[in-house]
Design a protein around this ligand. Structure first.
Ligand code: NIG
Ligand code: FE
Length: 415
């Protein structure tokens, strides 16, 4: 039996509310309980209520539990990061300087750097080296209150290295406390040997890679972008993935408006990512089709671009999730707390919406809402105690890691 933990006297943001991706007013459903209490047992949440209620229920078992007095501080579910490229080799700080001097992200990529540079470093890295590097990042995610992380392949762009990345994620999902959810992203860039022959690479990806990677992945993602994959090529890849049971996701309208949001609605993607340049029609199509917008305000900041229109998307009825996009080029961060701050500052989400976007809606974007994203009986005991007295303060005091304690499956991991 694992630890039994009894958290008392917390301001509990349970995020309990409407089932399924939340949009409009439901994005503000925090399920707040003042002087709240949670009982964690065998890795699960066994009871949630006021401290007085749980004192009644557990009066004769209080000696069994490690009691934590939250002293009125905020307690939330473990944060969920639904979009990362966490399992990569090497580092690209040289490009950071180049970009500051004026070279664009896409120019660097088209000249063989960017994603191609990380592809080379990831191809060269052994499985052990990738496990070691990725473990450090996952540890840091935990320290920032994140207990579930999606991770994409896509720095191999050949069968061997895509499989290596997916195996690393499978291993870490088993060995590391964080739950790691695998996505195949073979269409992350066009490998140099296929420049001008993009359709040939799409054939290779569909005929050779998909049948092999499908057993190691749950989602299939494509960089649908001008000079990368067209909407037509992206659609072929995503439709082919569906035949292997892979759910579509799309890096859509990140650099230019390219019909990515519209395509997400057309293929029934669970989420569309980035959306900095999404068209009004695309936003409406996503709302109508129930596609979650996975917005990445740290990436926009890091690329010195205008953030996505988060406020407008919520007002248009789109369910919004937020994520770090943790990757070595456009967003080298693991800080979901910073991403929540930025969601408020640069996309005008309210503090409550930002919290739902980083928990329940994020879990929906990776099909984990049955076990993560809210504090409800039966779910995994993934809980964060924050050094703040309100959820507004969590979003207001920005750029700081307010984590005090993190429990993952009921085990104390941080603090
Ligand atoms: O989500 N846009 C494409 N992919 C990543 C960046 C990957 C990289 O630069 O290494 C993104 O921003
Ligand atoms: Fe990304």
């Amino acid at each position: 039996m694992t630890n039994t933990v009894w958290i008392k006297h917390a301001l509990l943001a349970t995020i309990k509310g409407q089932q399924g991706p939340r949009s409009k007013e439901a994005m503000s459903e925090l399920g707040l309980i003042e002087d709240g209490s949670v009982w964690l047992e065998d890795g699960r949440i066994s009871a949630v209520g006021t401290t007085a209620e749980l004192e009644g229920k557990y009066a004769d078992r209080s000696a069994e539990a490690k009691v934590i007095d939250a002293k009125g501080q905020l307690v939330t579910p473990g944060l969920v990061d639904p979009h990362t490229h966490v399992a990569y080799g090497g580092s690209r700080e040289d490009e950071f300087e180049k970009r500051l001097q004026g070279t664009s992200y896409m120019d660097i990529m088209n000249a063989g750097g960017g994603i191609h540079a990380t592809m080379r470093m990831t191809r060269e890295a052994t499985e052990e080296e990738l496990v070691e590097q990725t473990t450090k990042r996952l540890n840091s995610f935990l320290e920032h209150g994140v207990t579930t992380v999606e991770g994409k392949s896509g720095y191999g762009m050949n069968l061997e290295t895509e499989m290596k990345q997916l195996k690393v994620m499978k291993r870490l999902n088993a060995e590391h406390p964080i739950d790691l959810v695998p996505t195949f992203m073979g269409a992350h860039a066009v490998p140099f040997e296929y420049k001008g022959k993009e359709d040939k690479f799409v054939d290779y990806l569909i005929d050779t890679m998909l049948p092999e990677v499908a057993e190691l992945a749950e989602f299939n993602d494509v960089f649908c972008e001008k000079n990368v994959y067209t909407p037509e090529q992206s659609e072929r890849i995503l439709e082919a993935g569906k035949k292997y049971g892979l759910t579509p996701k799309i890096h859509a309208d990140e650099i230019v408006s390219y019909g990515g949001a519209e395509l997400a609605a057309k293929v029934g993607a669970i989420s569309a990512e980035h959306l900095l340049k999404a068209s009004d029609e695309g936003i409406q199509a996503m709302a109508d089709a129930g596609v979650i917008a996975c917005l990445l305000p740290a990436t926009a900041l890091y690329l010195r671009e205008e953030a996505a229109q988060g406020r407008k998307m919520i007002d248009s009825g789109v369910a919004v999730a937020i994520s770090t996009d943790c990757n070595p080029g456009s967003s080298p961060t693991v800080s979901m707390p910073l991403v929540m701050n930025l969601a408020c500052i640069s996309m005008r989400l309210t503090p409550a919406e930002a919290l739902v976007a980083a928990t329940y809606n994020a879990a929906c974007a990776i099909k984990r809402e049955d076990r993560a994203g809210s504090i409800e009986v039966g779910k995994q005991a993934d809980i964060v105690l924050w050094k703040v007295k309100s959820y507004q303060e969590l979003q207001y005091l920005f750029g700081v890691n307010h984590v005090q304690t993190v429990w993952k499956n009921g085990e104390r991991m941080v603090g």
